[in-house]
Design a protein around this ligand. Structure first.
Ligand code: AMP
Length: 368
């Protein structure tokens, strides 16, 4: 394990594995280009080590140049890409092969393609040592890939975490073992959202409220919002498949999170199993499920009060509220057994001052 700034990283790919992938790429490209003199364009800073080893493995006539774009700040892509350094060679009529260290969402790539779109190159190809096909949503096919990797934050072999780690010969991945992932459990109105707001600050966690994500989508009238609306308006649960895919996408958006608070998810056995499988595939787990307990009558009163302020239609009608409780009793309450069997279930009294309840929750979290 190594430490860069505030984070721990575990070994992921050895130097041999990396060099083997580089060699295979060089062979594949040589097969297509050895009879001409292509220009390899490295994308700085991350690709410098890859370009160096690639050229050592590519023993045919070629030229090399670099471009520099900037899109990363910290661990997540900001989506803003600027060109800091351009290719100076005359590339007209030449075959240009971009050498990228890593392609994830494809935003940087899009900028690169744009950069070369006006040039009259003979051929334009993309080669990337690492490729996160899981999250790539660009329209350009990647022509040569060294390794397809899962959506983990990686450093080393040219890649950095806030500029550190580029000089490592191996690739390391962000260690998720020290993450805290909490499920906040409880009926509508139990105070999950309110408490999550405090806990996320206190423990530096990312709060994902499936209800909030649905409401955001309904407000913006997205396809997902339109789909969810009919269920939410009646106080029914949105179908599992839709909800699970949405939750996964929210987690994927935050590869840098120190942990998550899942609020309003899982609500069915299928969702709970999907969450376990999904987290496991990312080297993560649910550490604790904490239930906020309160009487139905208290909750109904709270929700009706909240409905007056928020305007949420599902909070304004007692029959819809009761329907949500029925959904909870039938589909969500059994999850208590699911998490108890894993010795992860904790129960907290949800009645009292907000700060008192935060203190009760903190006691559970501090004891984990
Ligand atoms: P909430 O804000 O958590 O009370 O959620 C409001 C509504 O969104 C619920 O009544 C459901 O219709 C829907 N919803 C939120 N989370 C889920 C989930 N995990 N599974 C299914 N439906 C959900």
């Amino acid at each position: 394990m190594i430490k860069l700034h505030d984070k721990l990283f575990a070994p992921y790919l050895s130097e041999i594995q990396i060099l083997d992938a580089v060699k295979k790429m060089a062979d594949a490209i040589a097969k297509d280009y050895k009879d001409e003199v292509p220009i390899f364009v490295g994308v700085l800073n991350g690709s410098f080590m890859f370009v160096s080893d690639f050229l050592k493995a590519y023993q045919h006539p070629c030229e090399v140049s670099f471009v520099k774009l900037s899109s990363y700040q910290g661990l997540t892509s900001t989506g803003i890409v600027e060109t800091l350094l351009d290719v100076s060679e005359d590339i007209e009529g030449r075959s240009v092969i971009i050498l990228e260290d890593i392609i994830d969402t494809g935003r940087t790539l899009q900028q690169l393609v744009h950069l070369f779109s006006d040039s009259n190159v003979k051929e334009f190809k993309i080669a990337s040592l690492f490729y996160k096909s899981e999250i790539y949503n660009g329209e350009y096919a990647i022509d040569y890939v060294g390794m397809d990797i899962p959506n983990k934050f990686i450093v080393g072999y040219g890649l950095d975490y806030n500029e550190l780690g580029r000089n490592l010969r191996e690739v390391y991945q962000l260690n998720q073992m020290d993450m805290i992932n909490l499920v906040l459990f409880g009926k509508p109105g139990a105070g999950k959202g309110t408490q999550a707001g405090f806990l996320k600050e206190k423990y530096n966690l990312k709060h994902i409220s499936t209800g909030d994500v649905f409401r955001f989508n309904m407000k913006n009238n997205t396809e997902l919002g339109q789909l969810a609306k009919s269920f939410i308006d009646k106080g029914d649960l949105v179908p599992d498949e839709v909800t699970i895919n949405m939750l996964k996408a929210e987690v994927e958006k935050n590869p840098d999170a120190a942990g998550f608070i899942f609020d309003g998810f899982p609500r069915t056995a299928t969702q709970a199993e999907a969450l376990d499988n999904f987290l496991e595939s990312k080297g993560m787990q649910v550490n604790a499920t904490i239930a906020l307990e309160a009487d139905d009558d208290v909750l109904v009163a709270r929700l009706l009060e909240r409905g007056k302020e928020s305007g949420r239609s599902d909070d304004q009608d007692e029959s819809k509220i009761r329907n949500r409780f029925d959904e909870y009793n039938q589909k969500t309450a059994p999850l208590k057994e699911f998490y108890s069997a894993q010795e992860k279930f904790y129960s907290v009294n949800g009645i009292g001052e907000i700060s008192e309840i935060t203190a009760r929750l903190s006691e559970v979290i501090n004891g984990l």
